[in-house]
Ligand binder design. Structure first.
Ligand code: 5GP
Length: 248
């Protein structure tokens, strides 16, 4: 095992996103992810930062991913290394944001002229191309296959896993007094595996940055919409989400 001894030292920066940095480690099969305090919205046109954001999102993801593994969803997560760092399996990210919706909100509500909070009779899975410059445009399976991002079988597996995540997380949060309105996932491919059942794993993070959480009693927003919409209380909302997840 080479993991923890080698991961604390800084390896080559592989990727820098809006909220995280990904570093190589001494083990080519593992990356170290560093969660930043930076927040962006509207395809990086709005920027902010608050102390503790990276640690909170790291803690939430590090609690949720092992539980998703137990529920049958393979993930890239290996272990938490520090307040703001985790060790993950090295994957190639499929350049698609997979959005799952239980309730109409955000861009879906706006696009279709629906009131936020309108219930959906079944979950809706949407795919967006990961490109801030293009505004994360909506795409479909044909687009992903035609452009070589994923095969038909990989897209089928991605959709299946996205629904599995939804089926686990929706009741998980409801028992903690939270309605899971919608969320965004990213998937990666493990190298050298051709069977999508083995190759595709849940990557990235699940946190108030990537989900809409509404308090089940008060309807209060407990997620990044507090930052996007200048509602205030963003740090307290993130901390409260961590508290409810830690409560178990
Ligand atoms: P919408 O399409 O309504 O803006 O977002 C749907 C869901 O996906 C929300 O929970 C939102 O937080 C998440 N989401 C969509 N795009 C992004 C993105 O580029 N970054 C992050 N962090 N979350 C996103």
């Amino acid at each position: 095992m080479t993991t923890s001894a080698n991961t604390q030292s800084s390896g080559e920066l592989k990727y820098e996103g809006k909220a995280k940095r990904v570093f190589a480690t001494a083990n080519p099969g593992e990356y170290r992810v560093e969660y930043k305090d930076d927040a962006t919205a509207f395809n990086a046109q709005k920027r902010g930062s608050w102390a503790g954001k990276g640690a909170t999102n790291n803690a939430i993801t590090a609690l949720l991913y092992p539980q998703l593994e137990d529920a049958g969803v393979p993930t890239h997560f290996l272990k938490k290394l520090s307040d703001t760092e985790q060790l993950v399996r090295a994957v190639t990210i499929v350049p698609i944001e997979v959005i799952v919706r239980n309730v109409a909100a955000g861009s879906f509500a706006k696009k279709l002229g629906l009131e936020e909070g309108t219930p959906l009779s079944r979950p809706v899975v949407e795919y967006c191309y990961k490109s801030d410059a293009l505004g994360d445009p909506l795409v479909n399976t044909d687009t992903a296959v035609a452009l070589g991002w994923a095969s038909v079988a990989e897209m089928k597996r991605i959709r299946q896993l996205a629904i599995q995540v939804r089926d686990f997380l929706t009741p998980y949060f409801l028992t903690r007094g939270i309605r899971l309105i919608d969320f965004k996932l990213e998937f990666g491919k493990l190298p050298g595996l051709s069977d999508p059942g083995e190759a595709i794993v849940l990557a990235d993070e699940i946190s108030p940055d990537t989900c809409r959480f509404w308090d089940a009693e008060t309807g209060e927003k407990m997620d990044k919409d507090r930052f996007r919409r200048d509602l205030g209380g963003v740090e307290a909302a993130y901390a409260e989400m961590l508290r409810r997840i830690e409560q178990g």
